[in-house]
Design a protein around this ligand. Structure first.
Ligand code: GYE
Length: 303
């Protein structure tokens, strides 16, 4: 069917066909995000979803998007693994008249009107909230901080780093090392092992997501130290495993990043197909949790 860019060619179905290119399955956040998208873009709700996992590789995302263009999907949505390098494929989608929706992560592009909407959190704000909390807690002591960055070149890694750095500027916190752990638990563990070998005076870890913070916990414990006490940990996301570590006192603070973007995405797609106006930017609302907050939130946490 398809091939003409219309809704599902000759099959006669009025489902909206959507091609979704996901980043990968690198973290608990990503699993929850995928679940939200699959649970919302169902046939029952009027969608025919084609979903692909790019395993954190931009070239896989680009070929998935090209496939969706060739198939004449009604709408293409994706969560761009990195910010740059999308101009050609965005131009192709535009040329084919297929609207694009960005979820979760931003792109930097020179293509005009490259997408109808970008749905996701404000990552600079998340980094800033983490930094502000750190600066309040540890004021006056000359604290040494290390940073576990997300995927190099990704919007959340760039923005969280910037937000945190801005918030601790001029405080007693000093960033002594910063490397990418690619948003994975294993990456966080390996980078933290390196930090612990290189520095014997780390007070605080800022991890760009829960999974890397959980990996850092393993490395800290293996080094005979107590996470949350000898070395404090701040993370971003607020998935169940992270919140559990926070409730247990192994993580000290979590800034939430809401992964449940499916409902907003469904609404934007429906409006776009109907020819209605949509907001060009939809900012997801996030909370932040300390130990007590995590204990209170955990029983109702869905992911
Ligand atoms: O924080 C991290 C995931 O893009 C907001 O990607 C997302 C980030 C999230 O791997 O856990």
């Amino acid at each position: 069917d398809a091939g003409d860019g219309g809704s599902d060619g000759g099959s006669g179905s009025d489902l909206i066909s959507v091609g979704f290119s996901q980043v990968g399955a690198e973290s608990g956040w990503r699993s929850a995000n995928t679940m939200s998208i699959k649970d919302t873009l169902t046939e029952e709700n009027g969608f025919e979803l084609s979903f692909s996992d790019a395993q954190q590789k931009q070239e896989n995302q680009i070929s998935a998007i090209r496939n969706y263009i060739a198939q004449g999907m009604d709408v293409i949505a994706f969560s761009p693994v990195v910010e740059t390098g999308w101009d050609a494929v965005l131009e192709e989608a535009k040329g084919a008249g297929i609207p694009v929706v960005l979820t979760d992560r931003a792109v930097e592009t020179t293509v005009d009107d490259a997408y109808v909407s970008f749905i996701g959190s404000d990552f600079i704000e998340e980094g800033a909230r983490a930094g502000e909390w750190a600066a309040e807690q540890y004021d006056g002591e000359g604290y040494k901080v290390v940073e576990l960055q997300g995927t190099t070149g990704s919007a959340p890694a760039i923005d969280r780093q910037e937000g945190f750095a801005g918030a601790i500027e001029g405080t007693d916190l000093e960033m002594i090392d910063s490397q990418t752990g690619d948003f994975t638990r294993d990456g966080g563990k390996k980078v933290m092992e390196g930090f612990l070998t290189a520095h014997d005076d780390i007070d605080l870890v800022f991890a760009h997501n829960d999974d890397m913070g959980l990996g850092a916990i393993e490395a800290i414990e293996a080094a005979g130290l107590k996470p949350g006490e000898d070395i404090k940990i701040i993370t971003i996301d607020g998935v169940k495993d992270g919140m559990t570590a926070l409730a247990d006192g192994k993580i000290n603070y979590i800034v939430e990043c809401n992964p449940l973007l499916g409902p907003d995405l469904a609404e934007v797609i429906e409006k776009t197909v109907a020819g209605d106006a949509v907001d060009a930017r939809i900012v997801t609302q996030d909370e932040a949790f300390d130990q007590e907050g995590a204990k209170a939130a955990l029983p109702d946490r869905q992911y």
